[in-house]
Design a protein around this ligand. Structure first.
Ligand code: SF4
Length: 232
């Protein structure tokens, strides 16, 4: 990370903390990035803000440049107490139009994997992205965009307090693990995010492009492991 990126990241983080404090959310104490804690509840705080509060603070966000080209913010989908939480990269065209994460072709595949594969309703898992606005042309979000939006992803995780996180694709895994990862090597191996078990797997859009029996089997295995861990 360059000095400028570090300075920008620190500035964005300070602004967010100031904003939260002004909104009366200063009691939400977060551990240092990467800190290991015993349980999600201990790590994220039983008094973390709810999803509605996080959404309210996000408001009609213009904190990074991609707001200029969005149709609407795509915050998240699911209940605030879901055990399984999926984190993807960013909204695509359909998501931008409908305001729902993972509702396009890749989303339909994810929904099938959840409902027909895991045999649980999609409404029983929480789904969101690392950035809440569609990057132009569906490009990967830039580091400053991820940084600007990061506090809201952390807020969603703190509010939902999932038993297991599943990251979809490289950008989501890299963002939550704080390092660039090779997703095809890392997938299927248990990681941890602030005390929450994290299963990295392939993005359904990648799976659509590389619809091989091996990739399908791998993702299926990852999702089964994640669901089983929520039931331990
Ligand atoms: Fe705000 Fe996130 Fe959208 Fe950027 S991507 S404008 S930080 S909501």
């Amino acid at each position: 990370m360059s000095r400028r990126e570090i300075r920008d990241a620190l500035g964005a983080a300070r602004a967010l903390v100031r904003e939260w404090s002004e909104e009366g959310l200063e009691r939400w104490e977060r551990p240092d990035a990467g800190a290991s804690v015993e349980t999600p509840a201990a790590g994220l705080g039983a008094d973390a803000p709810g999803l509605a509060q996080v959404r309210e603070i996000l408001g009609d966000c213009t904190r990074c440049a991609i707001h200029r080209e969005r149709t609407q913010i795509v915050f998240g989908d699911g209940a605030p107490d879901d055990d399984l939480m999926f984190v993807g990269e960013g909204p695509g065209q359909q998501e931008d139009l409908r305001g729902i994460p993972f509702c396009g072709r890749a989303g339909e595949l994810l929904t099938r994997m959840i409902e027909q594969g895991l045999e649980i309703p999609r409404s029983s898992v929480y789904i969101c992205n690392i950035v809440k606005c569609r990057p132009p042309g569906n490009r990967t979000p830039l580091p400053d965009e991820v940084t600007a939006c990061r506090g809201f992803l952390d807020g969603q995780i703190a509010a939902v307090r999932p038993k297991v996180l599943v990251t979809l694709g490289k950008p989501a895994a890299s963002t939550l693990l704080g390092r660039y990862v090779a997703i095809t090597r890392l997938r299927g191996t248990w990681q941890e995010y602030r005390g929450i078990p994290l299963m990295p797997t392939l993005h359904p859009a990648y799976l659509l492009r590389q619809y091989t029996p091996e990739n399908r089997r791998n993702v299926w295995q990852d999702l089964k492991s994640a669901l089983a861990r929520t039931r331990r």
